[in-house]
Design a protein. Structure first.
Length: 179
């Protein structure tokens, strides 16, 4: 046993430091930050994705050094992990896609949305605030000039879908730069 009168200040600080490090290790092991929001990704080095700028007009390109290739997508009408079932909701400014290349690019959104009970995708992506201008198919691709951005909206239709159902896992921004 250690004689309490012989403990030095250094031994006390070393002991407290060890306890602090141990607590930090345990804390990081038990708390692993995780988002349940779907990810929006692009694999094209010349195409970037960004949180949407709220407001009217065409989106301004983010700073040139902002080369984001993945963001988390905030879903509309979300209450914890539940969605309003049997409803329609939309967000005209879900995110934006920017062409950072030197050539034009055809851009579309590829997502793994589930179907609602009407046989239609529970999630649809559209452009520039126009609910009928879908961009979720290569046939509906939008041509982006260099250094321009496109507002992407999100339409959610949850008819017949249980409120706790995950509607979407990933969203991929696809590009075609062939002349």
């Amino acid at each position: 046993m250690i004689d309490p009168d012989s403990i030095t200040r250094r031994q006390i600080l070393a002991g407290l430091g060890g306890v602090g490090i141990g607590a930090a290790v345990l804390g990081s092991a038990t708390y692993w930050p995780r988002t349940d929001e779907p990810a929006v990704r692009t694999d094209d080095d010349e195409t970037t994705v960004h949180d949407a700028q709220r407001g009217d007009g065409p989106p301004e390109p983010p700073e040139p050094e902002d080369k984001s290739h993945e963001i988390s997508l905030e879903m509309p009408k979300k209450d914890g992990e539940r969605f309003n079932s049997n409803s329609v909701s939309f967000d005209h400014d879900a995110f934006q896609v920017c062409n950072r290349g030197t050539r034009e690019a055809d851009v579309w959104i590829d997502a793994d949305a589930i179907e609602n009970d009407r046989g239609e995708p529970a999630i649809r992506f559209y452009r520039d605030g126009d609910l009928s201008a879908y961009v979720d198919d290569p046939k509906r691709a939008v041509t982006l000039e260099p250094d321009t951005c496109l507002r992407i909206g999100l339409l959610t239709r949850t008819f017949g879908v249980a409120a706790e159902t995950r509607l979407l896992e990933t969203v991929s921004v696809r590009t075609d730069r062939t002349p």
